[in-house]
Design a protein around this ligand. Sequence first.
Ligand code: NAP
Length: 296
Amino acid sequence: MTDPLTVSVLGTGIMGAAMARNLARAGHTVRAWNRTRDKAEPLAADGAVVADTPAEAVQGADVVLTMLYDGAAVLEVMRQAAPALSPGTAWVQSTTAGIDAIGELSELAGEHGLVFFDAPVLGTKQPAEAGQLLVLAAGPSKSRDAVTPVFDAVGARTVWTGEDGAAGSATRLKLVANSWVIAATNATGEVLALAKALGVDPQGFFDAIAGGPLDMGYLRVKAGLILNDQLTPASFAVSTAAKDARLIVEAGRQNGVRLDVANAGAERLARAAAQGHGDEDMAAAYFASFDEETDA
Ligand code: NAP
């Protein structure tokens, strides 16, 4: 590998912890911080230094990686961390933050002389753990060498979408991809809810579409989680998907397109969260089809 870097990972939830672990395993010095420290502690076994504050975590960083819930969380945390960073440090922003937030975050980067990379990822918990994410990235060519080792450690491939991180071209692609992911997840939940209501064995549906163009690995995976009661631990939680669905609807609205399916999907996810399924896998949007709590 190239020279080891010091990489500060802010946010060690489902995705951030897996990414931090792969960075440490690739030989980089990892300094990790998480609001709930307990979630970062296990990374010490992989050689990571667990810090008490964002500012402490970014001491000596070559690259800062943010992987938090949303844009507001990133802004809050990076406002604490940025003053402790040297100008010229690369900031890889991988949280799915939405287009508006990318503008605010890149502005903050500019105020502190940081080189901003808009770098959301495709892939969920398991690909994150395997270092097989697809990194979507926008940022200046002249500074890419500084972050390539980070992308190589967490991902199987990097797709460069533009020169200017502030323009949010990578985030735009991420929102498009997630609109498909969330639509497919919600459709899966409704298929199973309708089958249940009509007294149709879901297996009969799977057998009917098997091997044809309507069949889909993702349908099988998400349906399996519902039917086999495997909604925890989540790969991608209902509450996080609800946040993404809102970002997608808002991006469509601001850019003049109606997204009725995404809007309904956002409502289903919000309803499932209100029913108490917020921390379960987003497949639990299935429960939004029922007025009362029901067993899958
Ligand atoms: P997660 O496990 O819920 O982690 C969220 C992280 O954000 C936690 O570290 C949490 O800290 C932190 N956080 C939330 N609000 C905060 C605040 N106000 N201040 C400081 N920290 C805060 O979620 P995840 O699945 O890893 O997702 C992280 C990001 O990646 C999200 O933007 C998500 O959309 C995106 N993403 C997720 C997937 C996926 O499949 N899971 C795939 C691609 C992209 P605590 O531990 O203290 O709560």
